[in-house]
Design a protein around this ligand. Structure first.
Ligand SMILES: *Cc1c(COP(=O)(O)O)cnc(C)c1O
Length: 422
């Protein structure tokens, strides 16, 4: 039972860290990983991240660097850029942002001044911290106005978006979020942004893999600027990209470097290129659609067991479950599920009467379990385990959790993961 690629040198040089990495690989193998922002990257992506490219400084862009020795780094970054442009059908790609949060910060730097008004989705309704939430630098340094979802439908309230945009005339409008189980209507956002002359930023961090695989409508042609992480449904290394039309390209590049960052993480850039190469293959379309099929099947199975899904279901990889009717908070439910071998996160639900650190809901996603080959036919069993766990948690029956985790491990033993040889 070892990490793949194997880490024999690390194991003798630093057994303490190596031991933790080996144990984490086993943990990732033994759990049903339903954290909506996580995945299993391929061994090729893992290998690319662990290379000598980490040794190189490359401030600047291909052909215009501030350090010598870029003969091989330039082609790596250019390949990543070309692949990003081809996979998403965009005119420009910047592959240097360190992660999703800095990518969004670069969008602010490129298209707004401190104190300007920006419009983003409220965090408790499914938005991201960097869309102007109060505790984020973006909420402190900008005048952030927030939209949410409709109480009756759990879906983004586009009338509210339009009203707020007309009233506040934001410089930037963010579309997208971290807990949105439904299709994002990019054309509707684009119309609103056009009317008030705002730059529409589509943050597709969660759904990038679905967009790449044709399982969610693309924002291209509607949003001139698109930010995304590379490590969620897109199944690449931890990193991010900013995609844009030609008109906004220069401002994006200037904002990332020298505006916000120093040297790009070249080992990550290489791994992004590898992941984009995988996303360009026909099998990735099947993967993206299989993620959605699994999410739908899991949603149906949970609804059948009396669970209350925000918006009543899902169009993508993500489910948000309101546990109020089950007499348990999201946090104790998530902790019990983890003990039962089912890993997810507690989450606020829209109009949550409870506190963010102890909210009413749990968030589930199917990107990782789809990578390891679980199918719609497995979803009723996962829903049954979730239901048994929550019943056991309410009854404080810890023995039941142990039993479920053994059943989980038994099923998963037939579904290998990249990164670990059982
Ligand atoms: C995950 C996420 C981010 C931030 O990504 P990090 O890599 O964690 O900084 C930004 N926006 C959205 C919508 C996200 O889901």
């Amino acid at each position: 039972m070892t990490h793949q690629p194997a880490i024999p040198t690390l194991s003798s040089a630093d057994p303490e860290i190596a031991g933790l990495i080996e144990a984490e690989a086993a943990r990732q193998h033994d759990k049903i990983r339903l954290i909506a922002s996580e995945n299993y990257v391929s061994q090729a992506v893992l290998e690319a991240t662990g290379t000598v490219l980490t040794n190189k400084y490359s401030e600047g862009y291909a052909g215009k660097r501030y350090y010598e020795g870029q003969q091989l780094i330039d082609p790596v970054e250019l390949l990543a850029i070309e692949r990003a442009k081809a996979v998403f059908g965009v005119e420009h790609a910047n592959v240097q942002p360190y992660s999703g949060s800095p990518a969004n910060l670069a969008a602010y730097l490129a298209f707004a001044q401190p104190g300007d008004t920006v419009l983003g989705m409220a965090l408790p309704d499914g938005g991201h911290l960097t869309h102007g939430w109060s505790v984020s630098a973006t909420g402190k340094w900008f005048n952030a106005v927030r939209y949410g979802v409709r109480k009756e439908t759990g879906r983004v309230d586009l009338d509210q978006v339009r009203d707020l945009a007309r009233e506040h005339r934001p410089k930037l409008i963010f579309a997208g979020g971290t807990a949105i189980p439904r299709t994002i209507d990019f054309p509707a956002f684009a119309e609103i942004a056009r009317e008030v002359d705002a730059v529409l930023v589509a943050d597709i961090a969660h759904i990038a893999g679905l967009v790449a695989g044709g399982a969610h409508p693309s924002p291209v042609g509607h949003a001139p600027v698109i930010t995304t992480t590379t490590h969620k449904t897109l199944r690449g290394p931890r990193g991010a990209m900013i995609l844009s039309d030609a008109e906004h390209a220069k401002a994006v590049d200037k904002a990332v470097f020298p505006g916000l960052q120093g040297g790009p993480h070249n080992h990550t850039t290489a791994a992004i290129a590898v992941a984009l190469g995988e996303a360009a293959k026909p099998g990735f379309r099947d993967y993206a659609h299989a993620i959605v099929a699994n999410a739908r099947a899991l949603a149906e199975a949970l609804i059948e067991r009396g669970y209350d899904l925000v918006s009543g279901g899902t169009d993508n990889h993500l489910l948000l479950v309101d546990l109020t009717s089950k007499q348990i908070g999201g946090k104790p439910a998530a902790k019990a599920l983890d003990a039962a071998g089912i890993e997810l996160n507690y989450n606020t639900v829209p109009f949550d009467p409870r506190k963010p650190f102890d909210p009413s809901g749990i968030r589930l996603g199917t990107a990782a379990i789809t990578t390891r080959g679980l199918k719609p036919e497995h979803q009723p069993l996962i829903a049954e385990w979730i239901d048994r766990t929550i019943t056991a948690a309410v009854a404080e029956d810890t023995a039941a959790l142990q039993k479920i985790s053994a059943e989980v491990r038994e099923l998963l033993s037939a579904f290998p993961i990249p990164g670990y040889r059982a």
